[in-house]
Each structure stands twice: as C-alpha cells, then as structure tokens.
Ligand binder design. Sequence first.
Ligand code: TYM
Length: 328
Amino acid sequence: MSKPVVFSGIAPSGNLHIGNYIGAIRHWVKYQDEKDNIFCVVDLHAVTVPQDPRVLKDKTREVAALYLACGIDPQKSRVFIQSHNPDHAQLAWILDCVTPMGWMQRMTQYKDKSVKQKEVITVGLFNYPVLMAADILLYQTNEVPVGDDQKQHVEITRDIAQRFNSKYGEVFTLPEAMIDMSGARIVSLQDPSAKMSKSDPDKKGSVYLLDDPETVGQKVREAVTDSGQEIQTHEEKPAISNLLSIFSALSGKEINSIEEEYQGSSYQKFKQDLSEVVVEFLKPIQRRYREIREDSTYLDNVLQQGSDSLKSVSNKTLRAVQEALGLG
Ligand code: TYM
C-alpha cells in the first residue's frame, strides 16, 4: 500500500507565528513517517497583495528554513518553493477556466482580505483559491493538513476537482482537509475575536517563531484576558481559552491538567509560566533555524531536490489535464 499524499503550504507574506505552527506545521511533523509529504512555500500566493521584492525573497527562504527548524525532515518530506515549478501557475489558469465566478465570490477569506486591502484589489487576490486548488490537485493529494481558516479553500478545491472530473474524465484525486480542532484557530493576543495573523499590523497580537525571549515575555504579559479569575476554557472566556490552547500545544500537557494545575492561581502567574513554556519551546527551533540560515548551500540543495523530484509528478497530472481538454 502506498502512503497517502499530503500537501500543505504557507505563504511567505509575513512572519510565521505560533498559530501557523500549532494549526499546521506541528501536524505535518507529527505524521511525517506515515505519509508521502510535500510542503511548499507558496510565494505565488504572497504576491496577491503588494510585497517588497527583496523582503519577499528573504521571507521565502526564512519560511523554508523554519519548516526544517520545526522538524520537517528532508529525508522524509519534500520541501520546495512554489514559483520554482511553473506547473502550478499553468494548472491554475486551466482551473480558472472551469471555475464559476460565483464560487469565488462566496469565499469568506477573499471578502475579509479585500476589505483590509488599502491598495487596488487584484484579480490574483480574487482567484487565490484556484491557485491553491492547483497546488493541491497537481500532486493527486489525499490529505491537506491546515488550520480552520483554510477549510473553505480545501472544500472549493474538491468542488473544482469534481467539476473537472465530471466534465472531462477522472483526472484528479479528491483531497480532504485534515483539521485538528485543538489549536485550529489560535486568536490574536490583543483581540480574541480575530485570528492570529501574519498580516496583523499590531505585532503584539502574534508571537512570532523568531521572537526573542524578552519580546515573547512582553507579548504574553500584555495579552488581554477576560473578566473573572478562573483559568478555564470556556466560550465566554475566549482570551484565556486561547492562552490555554497555546500552553497545551507547546507544552504537550492536556488542557484539563493545566486547568487543575492553575486552579486558584492568578492570571499573572499563569502568564509568567506560559511565557516560559513558549520561550523554551522556541529555543531549539531558533537555534536550528540559525544553523540552517548560515549554511545556504544546504538549504538550496534541499529546495532544489524538492522541486526537481516533484516536477515529474506535477507534469504527469498537467499532461493528463491537457490531454483531457484537448490542448496542444
Ligand atoms: P497561511 O499562510 O495563511 O497559513 C499557513 C497555515 O497556518 C494555518 N494558520 C493558523 N492555524 C491556527 N491558528 C491561526 N491563527 C492560524 N493562522 C494560520 C493556516 O490554516 C494554514 O494551514 N492559502 C494558504 C496557503 C496555501 C496552501 C496551499 C495550504 C496555498 N496553497 C495548498 C494548503 C494547501 C494560506 O494562506 O495559509
């Protein structure tokens, strides 16, 4: 039996934060041995909103290095940069031509992002989920481990695949979103009604994977809390519930046992211990990250091998698509 194909990615559109780790990367790492893994740095997605070209280039490598520093092992998983494989853009165009406008208009993330966008809203931002569908479908992906905010995009990917298959023949495997509900939506430390986000202009809302210990301490200390004193998960206590999810995900302890441990404790004591948990969790990742960034040949090789080994896979799908459509 061959292993299920897993595909996932992160856009290098800002600093990676603990939400990206908890919602996505930790699941990639956990199941690495059992799956056939493909992890992409989706730089073509980043340019759907304006980017400084030099910053983008550096962030792209930063994200790749962070995948490895968080535990993605290039012996077990293939890591590559999306723009290194032109098949993604080519399949996206074809899928654009089978996707009804109305489907894209329903996408909630587009609605949110277009409201926040101060400059012109591009066709690329609107079409973004089609490019994501192309990423996933090119590799005949079975599973897409993501946070909750990407659920709708994986569902539309299935819809697009089904539409194509029913019109032109069975070319695409239908993928499934893998969402682990604990930690699938880490919220901002400053505003529990909003998710922790790379593009949040309020840097205090997110703990970044490369934040130094002092900054982590300050962000956790200043995190908003709810009224009352109990350290307990409750839908009326979204801020404390969020801090508990972070504590649990990064320490490996069950939420129940953390709640018990802090029964009768103050928010201050809980936050102090949480900041230690986060700092200790980040230390080895940051150490490994620095080593990887110092050895650029190593990172180049990993990325090159990743994209080289995947091109034959994506090309096979693209050829089948072209054949089915009568292109060429
Ligand atoms: P992106 O770059 O916004 O986020 C990367 C991953 O992190 C998860 N995530 C979160 N999880 C929990 N809490 C949060 N606050 C949080 N913020 C982000 C996201 O759900 C995601 O899993 N469109 C995608 C990138 C993409 C992709 C793909 C993903 C492009 N092609 C193909 C999977 C498969 C995105 O913008 O994710």
